[in-house]
Design a protein around this ligand. Structure first.
Ligand code: ZN
Length: 138
């Protein structure tokens, strides 16, 4: 069995933002040489998510509005975690959107449904963050 590990370096200019990382993950799959296997992708942080959905800007806006209703950033004083930091909303948003994705690799490609793309969702940006890509298979 082959294994492969790669780390993507992220630095989003705003507190929140969404980035399609499908191409980087596919490139890692190609670099791994794995034709049949699995790829795991997760942020190495507790205030960002990696998830699979549609690459459609209206939907991305809807995610942002929906998450802001569920866990509004402000007022900071509404959260016990704040006072120590001001990112309680980021922890909550990340929990809703999930930690990681696991995707099948078939014939050396990501074995997606028609509209599936992999996204990094930042909830506490303006700083360096990392995304782990781990591939196993043969
Ligand atoms: Zn925190």
């Amino acid at each position: 069995m082959k294994t492969y590990r790669e780390v993507l370096h992220m630095h989003l200019p705003a507190r929140r933002g969404l980035q399609n990382i499908t191409r980087q993950v596919q490139r890692a799959v190609e670099a791994s040489g794995v034709k049949e296997g699995l790829v795991l992708v997760n942020p190495m942080h507790i205030t960002a998510s990696v998830f699979i959905n549609d690459d459609e800007s209206g939907l991305h806006h809807d995610f942002e509005m929906w998450l802001e209703k569920l866990a509004p950033e402000k007022p900071y004083s509404q959260y016990r975690h704040n006072g120590f930091e001001d990112n309680a909303d980021a922890h909550l948003k990340r929990t809703v959107m999930g930690r990681e994705v696991v995707e099948a690799i078939t014939w050396g490609k990501l074995d997606f449904g028609t509209w599936e793309q992999i996204f990094y969702f930042e909830f506490d940006g303006k700083r360096d963050k990392r995304v782990l890509i781990k591939i196993i298979g043969e």
